[in-house]
Design a protein around this ligand. Structure first.
Ligand SMILES: Cc1cc2nc3c(=O)[nH]c(=O)nc-3n(C[C@H](O)[C@H](O)[C@H](O)COP(=O)(O)O)c2cc1C
Length: 497
């Protein structure tokens, strides 16, 4: 009796062991195939493909900046990467150049041949891409674009739109850095290269939704105090923010220094709490030496909401608050502390991928939510100035009663034939059509008509939620091939954040 029992127990133990091994194997392969964003502590992979060293150097800068912000990173050249390794990371940044006549750098060839030869299974990978190139070559950023295509078609999700860099353009690199700081949870990162700001003045500031449930949103009008700066619809204003007085006061009292105008001035545009560990050393410095010792605050970016012919540079700024309740660095400065009539530092960044083509006669479908309306309004002003009235605006916000920014102006354009269709939808007012993508769904026949007529689609606003939902709806209407064709013809443009 004892021997059959022992044998049965042995068999049972063996079966249990087999089941456990199979379960472990499945868990491991699932973990390898399905990386998740949930673990923010997971190291971020930075991959570079460089021919003459610039992409490699920028990869190193990016790695240093993210590490300083507390984000663990692993950095490697593309020739050290294979598909199984890539699959182990939930997030990856690619920094790649183009060489020859639209060719990939040598270090990319093995990956091109082995991994990129076919569509891969990359659902679950979130990526961002910095493509280096030179517009004087016929195939600008060709390898970056090829890599982006492959990642997208393999199901990987872009964390933000690809940043294409012409001849190491400092503005494009600052934009990349701006995106990195958002990726690191909005950590303050000093600019690698400080912009050459120009002197501007705040003319007026008006809250557009004083009683609404959305965060206060302001219309600011600015004017240049020096000659020169001009811009096109679609461009970005980079603002050199300053510290709020309360922030300086808190820092000075923590440092054991009496609040003094000289110190206030020295610290106005410099980094503060992040350097708290250096308080002891800073206490011995004079205001001027302190100013030199601290890096500048990073810039903040806002879409420009007007064209130069309107007589002012308009911004639409939503006031944001950090988790601790303090006002956001840039929006707090612009919406609360900067007095009307005061001076500010501003630089214009041409945003070529969101500008209109010169004298573009084609119909335009403009889609945006919240402050994304800013650059769409600039486009509408430019179109009105050129007498081009085939425009369709789809705008989304929370409440019609409070958040229909520029309502009178938009309706006047519509009445004057400058805006063929104005679809404003509001998510908190009930009804079935609550978000911009619902309009695309409800108006699919019109969408297809406009696209067949050569319309271009411009999308501006939230990168989370709105932009992917709009893209999904466009893809449902046009099919994957239709979307690829729209993209290739430069008729699908996005400026999402
Ligand atoms: C020989 C040569 C060929 C290039 N060909 C292209 C090209 O076809 N398209 C492009 O956008 N840039 C081209 N570039 C520009 C590079 O992509 C750009 O200078 C980049 O910053 C170089 O980065 P790297 O040092 O990491 O390779 C070329 C540069 C060189 C030196």
């Amino acid at each position: 009796m004892a021997r059959p029992l022992a044998a049965s127990l042995l068999i049972l133990a063996y079966l249990l062991f087999c089941a456990w091994t199979a379960w472990r194997h499945r868990q491991r392969s699932l973990a390898a195939r399905l990386p998740t964003l949930a673990d923010a502590q997971a190291p971020l992979l930075i991959v570079y493909a460089s021919q003459t060293g610039q992409a490699e150097q920028l990869a190193q800068h990016s790695a240093d900046a993210l590490q300083t912000a507390g984000q663990a990173v692993h950095c490697c050249s593309l020739d050290r990467l294979d598909l199984p390794t890539l699959l182990r990371y939930p997030r990856a940044l690619f920094i790649v150049s183009t060489t020859g006549e639209g060719d990939a750098p040598d270090s990319a060839h093995a990956f091109l041949r082995q991994a990129m030869a076919a569509r891969a299974e990359l659902a679950g990978l979130h990526y961002a891409l910095l493509a280096l190139g030179d517009r004087s070559y016929a195939q600008f950023c060709a390898f970056g674009r090829q890599l982006d295509d492959w990642l997208r078609h393999s199901g990987a999700q872009a964390l933000f739109d690809t940043v294409e860099v012409d001849k190491l353009d400092p503005a494009a690199l600052r934009h990349w850095q701006y995106e990195l700081s958002a990726l690191a949870g909005g950590q303050t990162m000093a600019d690698w290269r400080t912009p050459d700001y120009q002197r501007w003045q705040l003319l007026t500031r008006r809250c557009l939704n004083p009683a609404g449930c959305a965060a206060p949103t302001f219309h600011l009008r600015l004017q240049a105090l020096e000659d020169g700066p001009s811009w096109q619809a679609g461009d970005i204003a980079e603002i050199g923010p300053r510290n709020a007085p309360e922030r300086i006061g808190a820092f000075l009292s923590a440092a054991g220094l009496a609040a003094h105008p000289d110190w206030q001035l020295a610290l106005a545009d410099r980094l503060l709490p992040e350097r708290a560990d250096e308080l002891q050393a800073l206490r011995r410095l004079s205001p001027a030496a302190l100013r030199d010792a601290l890096p500048r605050l990073p810039h903040r970016e806002y879409s420009i909401a007007s064209i130069p012919a309107s007589g002012a540079l308009d911004l639409l700024v939503r006031q944001t608050r950090n988790a601790d309740g303090r006002l956001g660095l840039g929006s707090g400065w612009l919406t609360e502390y900067l007095p009307e009539g005061a001076e500010l530092a501003l630089r214009i960044r041409p945003n070529r991928s969101f500008q209109l083509d010169a004298n573009e006669d084609r119909p335009l479908i403009l889609i945006g939510n919240g402050t994304g309306l800013a650059s769409l309004r600039a486009h509408l002003q430019a179109r009105a100035a050129h007498g081009q009235g085939r425009n369709w605006l789809i705008f989304g916000e929370r409440n019609a009663a409070h958040d229909f920014y520029f309502q009178a102006e938009l309706q006047a354009w519509q009445a004057a034939g400058q805006l063929s269709h104005l679809d404003a939808v509001f998510s908190r007012d009930g009804g079935s059509c609550r978000y911009v993508q619902h309009v695309l769904q409800a108006e699919r026949a019109r969408l297809l008509d406009w696209i067949a007529d050569g319309a271009a689609v411009y999308v501006c606003g939230s990168a989370q939620g709105m932009a992917p939902a709009v893209q999904a709806e466009l893809t449902a209407a046009l099919g994957e091939e239709g979307m690829d064709a729209l993209l290739a013809a430069g008729r699908y443009r996005r400026d999402v954040y």
